[in-house]
Design a protein around this ligand. Structure first.
Ligand SMILES: [Zn+2]
Length: 152
């Protein structure tokens, strides 16, 4: 048994929608994904990492395009993470080209991201969300969204 999640997070990791916005977004999602196991809205106290599970292909520097090795990326993630305050998304020197950037700026394939708010469709039994749908859902939530396809 494998699980598929579609995770919607605000492009701004600190953005939190109002409860009413979340209800409206869930109503819309239920119309698109009536067979989903559940739609879970969550707010964490600190910025969390939302991964794509086994869909992970690579992480690249957004500036020079070079692929980072997993140990290089894990080191950047570890240095950014604090048990007390979660991810700080602090500027760090990248091992590829020496540019300074946060782990939230890197290119992830599949998409992965950082946020306090997330809206997750558990086993939606649908295909990918269209850009138009992502935009509409973003309007419901009051902020542009990133769409993460997590395969477990
Ligand atoms: Zn680079």
């Amino acid at each position: 048994m494998s699980d598929h999640h579609i995770v919607f997070i605000p492009a701004d990791p600190h953005y939190l929608p109002a409860e009413e916005q979340v209800s409206r977004a869930k109503e819309t999602l239920w119309q698109w994904m009536p067979e989903a196991d559940s739609l879970d809205a969550a707010v964490s106290e600190y910025v969390q990492f939302h991964d794509c599970g086994s869909n992970f292909e690579y992480v690249r520097c957004h500036l020079c395009g070079q692929e980072l090795t997993l140990p290089q990326w894990h080191l950047l993630m570890d240095q950014d993470y604090d048990l007390v305050r979660g991810f700080g998304l602090m500027p760090q020197t990248l091992p590829c080209c020496g540019s300074v950037a946060s782990v939230n700026q890197l290119d992830y394939s599949f998409m992965q991201g950082f946020s306090r708010f997330s809206l997750t469709a558990i086993n939606p039994r649908t295909g990918a969300v269209s850009p138009q749908q992502a935009e509409l859902l973003g309007q419901r939530l009051g902020h542009r969204l990133l769409v993460i396809y997590r395969h477990l």
